[in-house]
Design a protein around this ligand. Structure first.
Ligand SMILES: Nc1ncnc2c1ncn2[C@@H]1O[C@H](COP(=O)(O)OP(=O)(O)OP(=O)(O)O)[C@@H](O)[C@H]1O
Ligand SMILES: Cc1cn([C@H]2C[C@H](O)[C@@H](COP(=O)(O)O)O2)c(=O)[nH]c1=O
Length: 207
């Protein structure tokens, strides 16, 4: 069995409540147990632009869709520089959301090609080696979100998440980046096993 893996940029995507953060945490635990050096990231980031975005998502400050799309790209631009450094230092990067989120969420009011265009310089800096897309019907995601007990954020509404899910499926084909769609209704451990099998078979991670 080959185990000569090189550090990869691994992205987790899907609608709110689809289970991304849970899987980042589970995969991180498996990586730690296997001695794989890695770091966990998320977008929006915890940097200055990301913090502003989190306030807008929590409905603390009103920002329109154009401003949000520009801020998500700005936050990602800074983030790409950090990710490049982590990879160069030999660490695998697990990232909760990246470009596909902008295409899925920020394109309804705006032209999808324009959202793609403002992110193109970032794509030239960094591209995911693999994206795991956690696919779940919006109603199931909303049930999970309300069970979590947090106040619903800016995009956490049934009709919005239904459209976001459809745009995820469209853009995941259109981008042509390496992507594995996961049935997010499966039990948590079963999904983590699927991720590990893929990373072992395709990227030779010692999992
Ligand atoms: N496979 C699963 N089956 C049932 N419940 C799950 C599953 N995966 C995660 N959950 C639960 O669903 C809720 C949402 O999961 P999680 O926070 O990981 O989703 P998320 O995609 O990161 O959400 P968000 O984008 O809103 O932050 C959590 O309470 C989590 O424990
Ligand atoms: C990166 C990114 C995110 N969003 C949206 C998607 C979610 O509703 C929130 C982030 O919340 P999470 O609990 O951390 O998943 O932000 C977006 O609209 N565009 C983006 O580029």
């Amino acid at each position: 069995m080959k185990t000569d893996y090189k550090p990869a940029f691994i992205v987790f995507e899907g609608i709110d409540g689809s289970g991304k953060s849970t899987q980042v945490e589970r995969l991180s635990e498996r990586f730690t147990a296997a001695g794989i050096r890695h770091t966990c990231h998320r977008e929006p980031t915890d940097g200055p632009v990301g913090q502003l975005l989190r306030r807008a998502l929590a409905k603390d400050i009103p920002l329109d869709e154009l401003t949000l799309a520009l801020l998500f790209a700005a936050d990602r631009s800074e983030h790409a520089l950090i990710i490049q450094k982590e990879l160069a230092a030999g660490k695998t990067v697990l990232c909760d959301r990246h470009l596909l989120s902008s295409l899925a969420y920020n394109a309804p009011a705006l032209d999808g090609q324009w959202v793609h265009a403002i992110n193109t310089p970032i794509r030239e800096r960094i591209r995911p080696d693999i994206t795991f897309l956690f696919d779940l019907p919006a109603e199931e995601a909303l049930t999970r979100i309300s069970a979590r007990g947090d106040a619903p954020e800016h995009y956490e509404k049934g009709e919005v998440l239904q459209q976001v899910r459809a745009r995820y499926l469209h853009w995941s084909e259109a981008l042509k980046d390496p992507l594995l769609k996961i049935d997010a209704s499966l039990p948590i451990d079963e999904q983590t096993d699927l991720l590990c099998v893929h990373l072992k078979e395709v990227f030779h991670y010692p999992l």
